[in-house]
Ligand binder design. Structure first.
Ligand SMILES: Nc1ncnc2c1ncn2[C@@H]1O[C@H](COP(=O)(O)OP(=O)(O)O)[C@@H](O)[C@H]1O
Ligand SMILES: [Mg+2]
Length: 247
């Protein structure tokens, strides 16, 4: 077990978000956390990552290092892409040579070109900035990675390429991940297991193991799983929420 949330409850300004939530990640497991907008996904992720303390319950961590990829890239505007990727390496005591070597290797892995590395965030497209954010997370060799809807703002074609990067990195490096999304097809592509936060129950509304391995599910399989789960009562909250938002 790498991470476990046990009977966690949280509220903002006296309004409960969830009352009693249990969630765990085993080594090498990618868990997708889905739910409609506003149901508390970011709150769960921030509690899991230790960014906020839960009002109730406890969080157990059995790992050395984690990294977070947010919905916006959150790059430092005055640093080049290379220095942004290397940013977390200072804190773990890497030498200057090692920082450059790691940053360049991670940049290659996420599909950035060597000439992009001297650019500042303002000179990069939204998709490239998100690649930098993923490379920065991977640079510290995390045991656990938290993704908070990282590809929601990028366009559809690119989204797929970025999902593939995460799938490949997770398979290669065996980190555990909590991947928050409101996109069921994305969840089904990237994860080993799916958990649903509906916002109207105490904790999680459902947990499902996704058949097969991420990266080995073709488009037909993903489509069929999405179809099947859309009819599952445990997922109704998700789709009702989506309809509310579209209306
Ligand atoms: N810092 C905060 N202060 C007050 N309310 C908050 C704060 N953060 C989140 N909330 C509220 O908590 C609920 C869950 O938010 P969030 O975890 O961001 O949901 P999600 O990520 O699923 O969209 C929402 O109703 C939101 O408005
Ligand atoms: Mg959120």
């Amino acid at each position: 077990m790498k991470l476990a949330l046990e009977s966690v409850g949280h509220a903002f300004l006296g309004r409960p978000v969830f009352e009693k939530l249990d969630l765990s990640l085993v080594e090498g497991e990618v868990v997708a956390l889905i739910g409609p907008s506003g149901c508390g996904k970011t709150t769960v992720l921030q509690i899991a990552a230790g960014l906020i303390d839960p009002l109730r319950g406890r969080v157990r961590r059995a790992y050395r290092r984690h990294a977070v990829v947010f919905q916006e890239p959150r790059l430092l505007p005055w640093m080049t892409a290379r220095d942004n990727i290397a940013y977390g390496l200072c804190a773990i005591g890497a030498s200057a040579t090692a920082r450059v070597e790691v940053a360049e290797r991670r940049a290659r892995e996420v599909g950035l070109h060597p000439e992009d590395l001297d650019k500042f965030p303002v000179e990069l497209s939204g998709g490239m900035r998100q690649r930098v954010a993923v490379a920065r997370a991977l640079a510290v060799d995390p045991d656990v990675v938290f993704f908070d809807e990282p590809f929601t703002a990028v366009d559809v074609g690119l989204k797929r390429a970025l999902q593939d990067l995460v799938i490949e990195a997770a398979a290669r490096e065996h980190f555990s991940a909590l991947f928050v999304t409101h996109d069921l097809a994305e969840a089904v592509r990237v994860a080993h297991r799916l958990v649903v936060l509906s916002g109207s129950v105490e904790g999680l509304a459902a947990s499902r193991v996704i058949e097969g391995k991420p990266g080995e599910r073709n488009d037909r399989i993903v489509f069929e799983m999405v179809e099947t789960w859309s009819r599952d009562p445990a997922f109704h909250a998700l789709f009702d929420g989506e309809r509310e938002r579209i209306r």
